[in-house]
Design a protein around this ligand. Structure first.
Ligand code: AMP
Length: 423
């Protein structure tokens, strides 16, 4: 019986994997320039890393893959990157060695969502976290980095949306105002939002069901409740963005559903045809309580995460191409089973010298092997026949010029590395 892939997952086939590699290379290059170092945390964590009592986003309450392991431990496949990174930051006491830890991660996340184009149950994100220091310049750096990265990829319709939720006091005041605002409409809202009114009213603003409700449209915005300190902090962030000439839009209703954000929140969108509602490429924000909630000191951080499938779809939609993998340098055609041993030796020597080489493993006729060899798109063909072998030579054919030369077997490595200008 054939078994299919799990709903909401996909395979990256050999013909496409170069796209992922190119994207990952680009991520590592740009993040390195901003002085972020990679952190790799496990895909599974104890459930409490994500299911904290204060956390009431839909993602955390409904969408996670939770399971008991054979030792009856409650585990969760990570639905996002930040919490695991913070768990590691605290567990390894990274705050004792650096005042500011700048890290990035690349890897799969899991959410039990309704799959559609650009939305999967296993999906990849890369993300960054700058933990330990609160500074408006860092908030701006995150946004600049996200914007710069997308621009350098070649995406055109990139938009930065930014807002501020303010410090704890501002947030609490805003929360209260939202609660008062929604309370008279409680029975007109969806059942989820009825719960959210007291638990996390900010989340109502993100609700897909109630998006068009008058009460949602007329809801107060966080900006109205920023205290002086928070207002000044936000102005500083904008000043930095202006200095770097990053264009942005202040999105008064942007709150991002997670309960832990404070001060700056932002999203990066792309205007791409056919993307519809899935046009958010990434988003993030500052958090203050997360480190202490996971058992660490009272230190703040800021981070952002970006969906990699959506980036690749966006690149495809905008016809931005990554360079394909380089073609084969040499492909060995062998005439008899016995000569395969000689081919193995030739291949080993070539590969050790940096030549990208392969051989034909089938027992086909010369004609059939040649046909296959041409399909491999190799720069050179090394033809190892019985007669040639008796003379101690091979034929080496340049597939572009079609010129063929006889080369002594012991000189193949020298000949090829010179032709290919390898070390
Ligand atoms: P979030 O962690 O929900 O803020 O998502 C950050 C980014 O990850 C989004 O802007 C998307 O690009 C991407 N993303 C989130 N959920 C999914 C999903 N289920 N499938 C694919 N990409 C996703």
């Amino acid at each position: 019986m054939a078994v299919n892939k799990v709903k909401g997952t996909y395979d990256v086939l050999p013909s496409e994997s170069y796209l992922w590699q190119a994207l990952e290379n680009q991520i590592r290059e740009v993040l390195g320039q901003y002085n972020f170092k990679e952190i790799r945390t496990p895909i599974m964590e104890y459930s409490e890393v994500f299911h904290r009592h204060t956390e009431l986003s839909d993602m955390v309450t409904k969408e996670t893959y939770d399971f008991d392991d054979r030792g009856d431990r409650k585990l969760t496949l990570r639905p996002e990157g930040t919490a695991g990174v913070i768990r590691s930051y605290v567990e390894n006491k990274l705050y004792t060695s650096q005042e500011l830890e700048k890290v990035y991660y690349i890897g799969p996340n899991f959410r039990y969502e309704r799959p559609q184009k650009g939305r999967y149950r296993q999906f990849y994100q890369f993300g960054v976290e700058a933990i330990g220091t609160v500074d408006s310049a860092l908030d701006a750096e995150m946004i600049i980095l996200a914007y710069d990265f997308m621009k350098r990829l070649g995406l055109k319709g990139v938009r930065v949306k930014i807002n501020s939720l303010g410090d704890e006091e501002s947030r609490q005041n805003y929360r209260k105002a939202l609660e008062d605002h929604f309370q008279p409409h409680v029975h007109e809202l969806c059942s989820d939002c009825q719960q959210r009114i007291t638990k996390n009213p900010l989340r109502i603003l993100d609700c897909k069901v109630d998006q068009k409700h008058k009460a949602v449209k007329e809801a107060p915005t966080p900006q109205d409740y920023l205290n002086e300190v928070s207002r000044a902090y936000f102005q500083k962030v904008l000043q930095h963005l202006n200095a770097a000439k990053i264009s942005y839009e202040i999105a008064h209703k942007l709150v991002r559903g997670l309960d832990y954000y404070s001060h700056t929140v932002f999203e990066i969108e792309a205007d791409i045809e056919g993307f519809g509602a899935q046009n958010a490429l990434g988003g993030g924000g500052r958090y203050q309580k997360l480190v202490s909630e996971l058992g660490g000191p009272d230190l703040g951080g800021i981070g952002f995460a970006c969906g990699m499938e959506r980036l690749l779809l966006a690149l495809e939609a905008e016809n931005v191409a990554f360079a394909k993998e380089s073609e084969l340098d040499a492909y060995v055609i062998v005439f008899s089973e016995d000569l395969k041993v000689v081919a193995t030796k030739i291949l080993y020597e070539l590969r050790v010298s940096g030549v990208k080489a392969d051989m034909n493993y089938t027992q086909k006729s010369f004609k059939a092997q040649l046909k296959q060899a041409l399909k491999m798109n190799s720069k050179y063909l090394i033809i190892l026949g019985d007669d040639e072998y008796q003379k101690g030579v091979v034929g080496i054919k340049n597939t572009k010029t079609e010129k063929q030369e006889e080369v002594v077997i012991s000189k193949i490595k020298k000949y090829m590395t010179e032709k290919l200008e390898k070390k």
